[in-house]
Design a protein around this ligand. Structure first.
Ligand code: GAP
Length: 456
């Protein structure tokens, strides 16, 4: 279905978000907590469906992948070995007048200045505080990891970090997974989970926050085949976003320059989305070589090599890492689905979310609150809710209810009317075409399952 708008206006999404229950400000009754967000009743379903679509695509539909759910808290040595204690930093500058803090690289980028990472202070000469125009202080490296204490005593020895990426949980379990699954190279481990970063300048709604979820894969390959696998994963991950509804023209690939590669990466491509404020990263696909396994082997004293039965040799596999942000994915799918079309004198707002991602898959609507219609509609709802994410709505006129479902992206509405009581059929209405068809109630589950799987 061709969409009218090239992309959504952030304010419109924010308005739907709060009004309809997608995302709320965290701790709102206390004035909120900077850049932390809570997913409401609809947001949590949208997010769950994005996770399910990802898990199906990268784990369940493949023979070469398995899943993992590692703990957020890990041994402190993990972050020393991974290089995060030393290198997971951003250049921070503080305004000498208003004391606001900024990421120097963000300020330089906004001003169109090329920052020299070896000499960040040099870019300061051309910069001033974007808020008050004041002079900026000397830059310093700020570590983004959150710290907390394990156990009752708050001392250095009990310090642990909240993980800044889920990836390390996969690396430290590499040998466990190989030994328990007998997986042979190439194979990958996938994980969805929370990550925490004490970002200097969070913002743009759920795009950059201090607590977020990642969907990460560590894909282990024979050294020498890593370049080929990097290209395969870049294509496969790009295709996934398009398959689930993001228009190709709103996505682009960007290869990292050598000066912006993370400390562990040899090569990296970002999949970027055209957010309302400009192109920005949705997912990074990095070539991490054998950096992490080598580091953990060295620091833990454990053998993390792989025994290759073909060549009868032991080596550290190389790693290709597709790492996506779940919250950013949710935001991009949602923004890209937003559409408006003329509806007589009015405007129909419709979120054309992919049918497998929409928070509500099927809405059941009795034509009215008539005493005979309500039990019939509730019976239909009871049949459907075991198979789909459903919503029952009988408040206000049917036209308004259709519009409400359009706005939240519900692909199918099932209407129970007076004829249903006689002919045991209901009407299915399609969100995008607004086409309606009569279906026997006994065939409803099957017909809807077919539609969800294959579309109209
Ligand atoms: N393990 C590799 C890694 O963590 P990254 O590029 O730092 O790589 C991966 O993060 C993804 O996590 C990003 O592409 C982005 O979608 C998401 N992400 C990173 N920082 C984020 C933040 N502060 N808020 C929301 N999502 C974030």
């Amino acid at each position: 279905m061709a969409r009218t708008l090239p992309y959504a206006d952030m304010d419109k999404i924010l308005s739907i978000s709060k009004r309809r229950g997608f995302v709320f400000q965290s701790s709102e009754i206390y004035g909120g907590l900077g850049s932390t967000w809570d997913y409401g009743p609809l947001g949590v379903e949208l997010k769950r469906h994005v996770k399910e679509a990802w898990w199906r695509s990268v784990v369940l539909d493949r023979d070469d992948m398995v899943g993992l759910d590692a703990a957020i808290l890990m041994h402190p040595q993990v972050w020393v070995a991974s290089g995060h204690v030393e290198n997971f930093t951003d250049p921070l500058v503080e305004c000498r007048s208003c004391n606001r803090r900024f990421r120097l690289d963000h300020l330089a980028e906004a001003a169109g200045i090329e920052m020299d990472p070896a000499n960040p202070a040099k870019s300061l000469e051309a910069l001033a505080c974007p808020d008050c125009g004041g002079e900026l202080g000397d830059p310093r490296q700020f570590n983004l990891m959150f710290k907390t204490f394990m156990g009752p005593v708050e001392e250095t020895a009990s310090e642990v970090h909240l993980r800044p990426e889920t990836a390390q949980g996969i690396f430290v379990n590499f040998a466990n997974v190989v030994n328990s699954t007998r997986k042979k190279l190439p194979f990958g481990i996938a994980q969805i989970g929370k990550a925490f970063r004490n970002e200097i300048t969070p913002g743009n709604f759920t795009f950059r926050t201090r607590e977020f979820e990642q969907m990460e894969i560590e894909y282990f390959v024979k050294p020498g085949t890593d370049e080929e696998w990097l290209q395969r994963w870049v294509q496969s991950r790009l295709d996934w976003y398009v398959e689930y509804g993001i228009r190709r023209e709103n996505l682009r690939l960007r290869q990292h320059g050598s000066d912006e590669l993370a400390h562990y990466a040899k090569d990296c491509y970002d999949i970027e989305y055209r957010f309302p404020w400009g192109w920005a990263e949705l997912e990074g696909i990095a070539s991490r070589t054998d950096y992490d396994l080598r580091q953990h082997a060295e620091h833990s004293g454990q053998d993390l090599t792989y025994f290759d039965e073909e060549t009868k040799s032991r080596y550290f596999p190389y790693v290709v890492e597709p790492s996506g942000g779940l919250d950013r994915g949710v935001l991009a799918f949602w923004l890209d689905s937003y559409d408006e079309e003329p509806d007589g004198e009015a405007v129909r707002v419709v979120c054309r979310l992919h049918r497998k991602l929409a928070p509500v898959t099927v809405a059941v609507l009795p034509l009215s609150r008539n005493a005979k219609l309500v039990p019939a509609a509730q019976d239909v709802h009871a049949r459907l809710r075991r198979h789909f994410t459903t919503q029952y709505d009988d408040a206000q006129g049917i036209g308004r209810r259709y519009r409400r479902q359009d706005e939240i992206g519900t692909p199918y509405c099932v209407t129970v009317d007076f004829d249903s009581l006689e002919d045991h059929q209901v009407t299915i209405r399609d969100r995008d075409t607004m086409h309606q068809s009569r279906i026997p109630i006994d065939e409803l589950v099957f017909v809807l399952q077919d539609k969800v799987e294959h579309g109209w």
